[in-house]
Design a protein. Sequence first.
Length: 541
Amino acid sequence: MGFGWWRRSLLGAAFSGILLLQFCFCSAQEAPKFTFMHNATSAPSTSYYDYIIVGGGTSGCPLAATLSKNARVLLLERGGSPYGNDNITYLSSFGRALSDLSPTSPAQRFISEDGVINARGRVLGGGSCLNAGFYTRAGTSYVAGAGWNGRLVNESYEWVERVVAFQPAVLEWQSAVKEGLVEVGVLPDNGFTYDHLRGTKVGGSIFDRNGRRHTAADLLRYARPSGLTVLLHATVHKILFRIKGKSRPLAHGVVFRDASGVKHKAYLNVGPKNEIIVSAGALGSPQLLMLSGLGPADHLKAHNIKLVKDLPLVGQGMSDNPMNAIFIPSPVPVEVSLIEVVGITNFGTYIEAASGENFGANDYGMFSPKIGQLSTVPPKQRTQEAINKVVETMSTLDQTAFQGGFILEKVMGPISTGHLELVTRNPNDNPSVTFNYFKESEDLQRCVQGIKTIESVNGSLTLEQFCKDTVMTIWHYHGGCQVGMVVDRDYKVLGVDALRVIDGSTFNYSPGTNPQATVMMLGRYMGVQILRERLASEETK
């Protein structure tokens, strides 16, 4: 098995017609009339709500919209609005936000201790404002393993999909990839579906047919305006607890600062079902718990943080799905596409693709060194100097060298895990995170099998080194506040009252081929569950 099947499919399609996909380059998406969205500088010094949600990302937005239907909700987002920013809105500008290293960028770059360059969201809508847009549900076995109600899961997915999910056009490049996967035996051909099914399929996208991105922030359209307050540029520094005698710590408020550095406090209204919910992501949620006194006692003591509850597994179980890719050149230009087709293999890897003239030195595609996806040098050598050198070298090449696309494989799971630790007590600073890519040999062998599906190369040792040297992120990191370790099955923090964590930090494994659909679903799902508990409590009074 070599490159022949890719070339036959791609070249046949390449000469069949015009390949370039034209997108609408109209002005940036007009901001919805969200009367509840404000800059945090306008917030009172003290305020009271039934629910306080920390993090307006992929899970926080649907959660806030749902809870606002029957309660007063405060949603605190450390970043700004995604609306009016062309670099977020349009597929043709993918990667420009990820390459922005300014303090106000919607993407905050971090580098794991493994040396792989990564990013976290710093904008309303979170990672859904930055990612490659693929939308696909979790498998039925994942849903069952999580203990979720299958009917409510499906209803919650549908609630999300009515606003943000679309069937992609699937032009020549993606069609060629799909045909190639089927030809080499990644079967059956499941056609277009949101469902997670073994074989080859076309998934959904949060980019519509005009190349316009729809994010988790759009789900705030479901909110009851009088029930929701969204504060932007509001960085939460600490969760406040009441501790009386030997009773369990009770979360009752948060301290946050606005863009001017002014301190504000928000408290929960008195009520047995009122809660603080942390939805700050796989880095932000464990980081905030630690800054608030919940975490490994020795680690918190080293940072002079007063211990509220010794939870040694906060920050543990960190994982990132390793991605490796191969560039496939084309003699003619191909359409710009991100992820639309996926091959779900029977040996534990997913094969996907992206294409178009957005991978050159002057562009910011999914595999551009400008966004940190520098696979031509081993992870520990990916310095800014190395990035600059590669960009300079690429700028000397003819643009035809960048015609084509990438075929990538992502290891599902993975089994290898790491940990997260505080570096400073400033919530704006990145914590230190280690993912331990390929620490477990099973992950490495799955990478080898995935690459063999793309290209037949003799000698597993060569491929093992290739996997290690070219590993990149696909931005699907998770863990740090996992179910059974830090939170229970209802996402309540163990040993603490009135505090939950609802986001990807609770996952043991990344759901589906790409997690954003399930993270959005989880926000809606848990919002419905929490409101049901609230209504049941009120009916028994």
